[in-house]
Design a protein. Structure first.
Length: 462
């Protein structure tokens, strides 16, 4: 990989992010009675999309918003402009990554036809989000935030709206935990701006429709697993290379499983919740390939996993896959609404680097160029540790972009333990473990889940 390209400045990136930040500051203060500084931020957003199909509509919306007279349609237009700007940042960064890795990218797919989601629910969600924009993050209170509850309750029973309902529910929960906004010492303006603009665009007909799918048949070679954990939910996402049975070029794919969890289940206990829902996790832990037959897959490379369409294959070493197959694999295209720099997570293979710890950082020096290593993302529910990463000589990881720089999240490393070369995987405990800490965590998870099930059963019997 050409690390020198990752260190070079991306033209125009700082200017685009400055325009987004200006709009986010305007949104933080509220658009009911904008001040001159907020009006300037709105104008800066509109100017940033000048020369694009959004130019006229964004300029009109910014003008009305600056006068405190923005309609819901105007706010949708401003959200679209913000999403488009961050989409351009995503595309520029992905182009740089494609140059650095030398891999190709799949073709973009046409957007699906408009869906038939209930217009009243979309209007209700848009109304609540518009109220938030007018109040601003510094003006939120529990009365405003609670307006999301009936909308979420109405959306959740409909599977087609569940993803949108989850976004609104989580967003409202964050806001409720921060009320009143006037007392906040620090406002996460970028994050809340991201959530608000995405939620606003999902109210547009067709935006929330499921992506078109095809099927995948062939051999799946896992590279590693990434886990995102919340107090009440956890998701495991396996990154892998698919070798199609028809002999076409390998392609990068992902498979994910999400489950609710009690907040007492942490560490290695998470695998106990996830394992029964996806046999692929067992294959990852055992270092095996999976043979797929007509597995549904989206154009963006997301496998809609079904254990009935997969069976365990022969042993497959992730580092052999990374060295031999990964360089020839095609990266998947990205769906329009998913174009955001925070969502960049591209599998890469690094070796021959040096490691030098300095100022609580752990950079890899690749061909003379530093590359930040994000050890904070190293999975706690596995044997991979920052110390193992620091002593490694090869790494399979996810290339990400954060705080203006590229960095690597390790998924697996090759290192030396007691004079022996070993591979240590973040998902090494996915199929079970004999490690003492892992065994204790799994036992604690068993006890916690058993107690909760017994209590739930007792409540249901009353």
């Amino acid at each position: 990989m050409r690390a020198d390209l990752l260190a070079e400045t991306v033209a125009g990136l700082d200017e685009v992010l400055t325009a987004v930040d200006a709009f986010d500051r305007a949104l933080a203060g509220g658009l009911l009675r904008p001040r001159p500084a907020q009006a300037a931020g709105l104008t800066e957003l509109a100017d940033a999309v000048a020369g694009t199909p959004l130019a006229t509509r964004a300029a009109e919306a910014a003008g009305r918003a600056a006068a405190g007279a923005a309609s819901e349609d105007d706010l949708v237009a401003l959200a679209a402009a913000r999403v488009a700007l961050l989409g351009s940042v995503h595309d520029a960064l992905m182009s740089r990554i494609d140059e650095a890795t030398g891999r190709g990218r799949g073709r973009e797919t046409a957007p699906p036809a408009a869906d038939r989601q209930p217009a009243n629910l979309s209007a209700a969600a848009r109304s609540w989000l518009s109220d938030l924009a007018r109040c601003g993050w510094q003006g939120i209170d529990h009365e405003v935030v609670s307006g999301a509850a009936p909308v979420v309750s109405a959306m959740l029973p409909d599977p087609a709206l569940r993803r949108q309902a989850t976004l609104l529910d989580g967003f409202a929960a964050e806001l409720a935990a921060s009320c009143p906004g006037a007392s906040l010492e620090r406002v996460p303006v970028r994050r809340w701006g991201d959530l608000w603009s995405r939620a606003m665009l999902l109210t547009v007909p067709g935006a929330a429709m499921a992506p078109p799918t095809g099927t995948a048949t062939g051999r799946l070679l896992p590279l590693g697993v990434d886990v995102q954990e919340h107090a009440t939910a956890v998701q495991a996402q396996v990154h892998a290379v698919l070798e199609p049975a028809d002999g076409t070029a390998p392609r990068l794919v992902r498979a994910a499983v999400s489950v609710p969890k009690p907040d007492t289940v942490v560490g290695a206990g998470l695998w106990q919740l996830l394992r029964p829902h996806m046999s692929l996790l067992t294959a990852v832990g055992e270092g095996r390939a999976m043979n797929l037959a007509e597995m549904p897959v989206t154009a963006e490379g997301d496998l809609l996993w079904s254990d009935a369409r997969a069976r365990p294959g022969e042993p497959a070493d992730a580092f052999a896959t990374a060295r031999v197959v990964l360089p020839t694999a095609t990266d998947a295209a990205t769906a329009p609404l998913d174009r955001h720099p925070a969502r960049i997570a591209v599998p890469v293979f690094l070796e021959g680097y040096t490691v030098r710890k300095a100022d609580d950082m752990l950079p890899f020096t690749v061909a003379g160029h530093p590359l930040t290593v994000d050890t904070d993302r190293v999975l706690a529910a596995g044997p991979l540790t920052p110390e193992a990463v620091a002593s490694s000589g090869a790494c399979v990881g996810l290339l990400r972009w954060d705080a203006g720089t590229f960095g690597v999240q390790p998924l697996a490393v090759e290192t030396t333990v007691r004079k022996k070369a070993v591979a240590i995987h973040a998902g090494g405990w996915a199929a079970g473990t004999t490690d003492k800490a892992g065994v204790r965590a799994e036992k604690a998870a068993t006890d916690a889940v058993a107690v909760l099930r017994e209590r739930a059963g007792r409540l249901l019997r009353k």
